[in-house]
Design a protein around this ligand. Structure first.
Ligand code: BGC
Length: 288
């Protein structure tokens, strides 16, 4: 595999998907591989499935692998689990996947991955200002990219609207759960995005998730200040963003370890020089 390849894995409420990504273009190099999310979606069951989707592409050890998770992931540890088993909370995501897959991975929130993917290769490519990425799926994922910097782990799908968790009414899954027709769901989306605008004043809003394929059914009906547009990578954004983020973090880790090695060497040299100088300056012992 070339150095321009990384593998992205997206853990969703209904499917676990992966593909190798060309980091120069953000395109999939092979067809995406998907396995339904095991139920119950416990850490062991999910990590085993993630290992399966990774192994399918047989990656050499050097290839960066990014794994997007549907909850807050802080310093590798899962902190919330709205749409997967509660036993995830407190789990070391990076370690458990490494154990099952036998490969080191970079881990991050799924909406952060999707937002990063859209910023690097998709609808927000190279855009400055405040960009709000939202993913409508089992839950609502949100990511904010401000002048190219991702603000991680924003959980704006859980703001309260009319006394309800917003994602309960406005996620794609809410259509089935509440039996909404398009019009009823659009009403919920309008409330949600109006609230987002009232609080955040984004310059651009991007909508991803499986339903973004049918964007013409709902996006033109929303009345908002900022332009609201479909994700260009559709529901591949999480895979692409996870792969790209893994490549960046692998490079950063390498640079950091090189810098640490160099400063340890420099310190050793300095100490040796100082010791030699001290030895020269020390007068010979009496009678020597
Ligand atoms: C979770 C988020 C996640 C989103 C999309 C929400 O319920 O709290 O962390 O990004 O679902 O999966």
């Amino acid at each position: 595999m070339s150095k321009h390849i990384a593998i992205g894995v997206d853990i969703g409420g209904t499917g676990i998907k992966a593909a190798p990504v060309d980091l120069r273009t953000g395109e999939f190099l092979e067809e995406r591989y998907r396995i339904p999310t095991p139920q119950p979606s416990t850490p062991d069951a999910i990590a085993r499935t993630v290992a399966k989707v990774i192994t399918k592409f047989n990656p050499p050890t050097k290839v960066p692998i990014g794994v997007a998770f549907p909850g807050v992931v802080q310093h590798g540890i899962v902190k919330t689990a709205a749409n997967v088993d509660d036993s995830w909370i407190g789990t070391d995501l990076r370690a458990i996947i490494r154990d099952y897959a036998g490969h080191d991975v970079h881990v991050l929130n799924d909406a952060d991955a999707a937002g990063y993917g859209e910023f690097k290769y998709g609808a927000a490519h190279g855009r400055s200002g405040s960009i709000l990425m939202t993913t409508l799926g089992t839950g609502i994922g949100t990511a904010m990219i401000v002048d190219g910097t991702l603000v991680p782990n924003l959980e704006l799908g859980h703001i309260m609207i009319d006394g309800h968790d917003a994602e309960d009414r406005a996620a794609e899954s809410a259509r089935d759960r509440h039996g909404y027709d398009w019009e009823q769901w659009i009403e919920q989306l309008q409330k949600y995005y109006s609230e987002m605008e009232r609080l955040l004043w984004p310059d651009l809003i991007i909508v991803g998730g499986g339903v973004s394929k049918s964007h013409h059914m709902f996006l033109p009906k929303l009345r908002l200040r900022a332009p609201i547009i479909p994700a260009e990578l559709l529901n591949g954004a999480g895979i692409v963003g996870a792969a790209a983020a893994a490549a960046v973090s692998t490079r950063r880790e390498k640079d950091e370890s090189k810098a640490a090695e160099k400063s340890a060497k420099d310190a050793a040299k300095k100490a040796a020089k100082a010791a030699a100088k001290a030895a020269q300056a020390t007068p010979p012992a009496a009678g020597a």
